[in-house]
Design a protein around this ligand. Structure first.
Ligand SMILES: [Zn+2]
Ligand SMILES: [Zn+2]
Length: 312
């Protein structure tokens, strides 16, 4: 298994956070080091439906050489990609030509029109290729139809936009290998996310890293099987302490749809990732620090609570 990369993280949070946590010299050093791997992970958005201004909607970019592969497109996705570009972590947003959607919950898909049309205006000339569960074709058709007037104006008006960039090829997937090119093999696997018929996690195998992302899920054995000693596991989580403050109706919902810190600790101990990154964290009054303290009770491996625009 490929585990030769040196695990380095840096944050570009200074660009978007009100209080910078890293001074520029540290940022520059970490940036140089992270560039030694062919594969980078950029946490574009670590949020949930909760409108935390420091956490954009769920979106992660895996970048191999200079080609990004986007997982989910929550609100704010293209602005966050532009922030990552400005910091040198990825190329222009017009390079966002491949996207994979874990499931069709709105917090993961509200940025769809942004992804399609902003990247087109910013010079994406080839169609967007999108892979996701049943329903993604219908969603795509309706989103594109909703912007018919805009497309017409940009193509036929003085902008003279290339209509190819407004095209989206939506692919409805089944578990198994769903995408392959010279940089990456992408395998989709089912996860348990409450009553959703189809919710997926993805395994990305690149020339130098094996990365698994859970999407939204309650504890799912498929995550353990697909990680199986992977380099990086990016997993959703909720705070066990925060959960206790929730009303019974919501406790029932969250325990069916999501994964607690305790459950994730038990799962990660068997999945054995080189690094566990928490994202889509439901804090309910807790902080990154207290969530990490919870995790340390249940998991002895390397783990960190992800923030927007961190790069690994
Ligand atoms: Zn979600
Ligand atoms: Zn969800």
């Amino acid at each position: 298994m490929l585990r030769t990369f040196s695990l380095l993280a840096f944050t570009l949070c200074a660009l978007v956070c009100s209080t910078a946590r890293f001074v520029p010299a540290q940022l520059a050093t970490a940036q140089t080091q992270a560039q030694t791997s062919r594969t980078k992970i950029v946490l574009l958005g670590t949020g949930t439906p909760i409108t935390d201004p420091e956490r954009s909607g769920p979106a992660v970019a895996i970048i191999v050489d200079d080609q990004p592969y986007l997982i989910d497109f929550g609100p704010g996705v293209v602005r966050r990609a532009a922030a990552a570009q400005r910091a040198g972590a990825m190329g222009p947003v017009s390079k966002l030509t491949r996207a994979f959607v874990t499931h069709l919950h709105s917090d993961h898909t509200v940025g769809y029109s942004d992804l399609i049309f902003t990247t087109w205006v910013m010079d994406r000339k080839e169609p967007l290729e999108v892979y996701g569960p049943k329903g993604i074709k219908s969603m795509t058709k309706h989103v594109v139809a909703a912007y018919a007037e805009d497309i017409d104006m940009r193509v036929k008006g003085l902008e003279g936009a290339d209509p190819k960039g407004a095209q989206v090829n939506a692919h409805e997937i089944k578990p198994g290998l769903i995408y392959q090119d010279k940089n990456v093999r992408v395998t989709a696997f089912r996860v348990r996310h409450g009553s959703w018929k189809e919710a997926y996690g993805f395994r990305f195998e690149t020339p130098d890293r094996k990365i698994v992302i859970s999407g939204d899920c309650a504890p799912s054995e498929s995550v353990v099987e697909n990680c199986n000693g992977c380099d990086v596991l990016i997993h959703e989580v909720y705070s066990e302490a925060g959960f206790k403050t929730r009303p019974p109706k919501w406790q029932k919902y969250h325990s069916n749809f999501h994964t607690s810190s305790r459950e994730l600790g038990e799962l990660a101990a068997r999945a054995k990732p080189g690094l566990l990154i928490l994202y889509h964290q439901l804090f309910w009054g807790m902080t990154d620090e207290s969530l990490m303290e919870e995790m340390s009770r249940y998991y002895k491996g390397k783990v960190l609570s992800g923030r927007d625009l961190q790069v690994f």
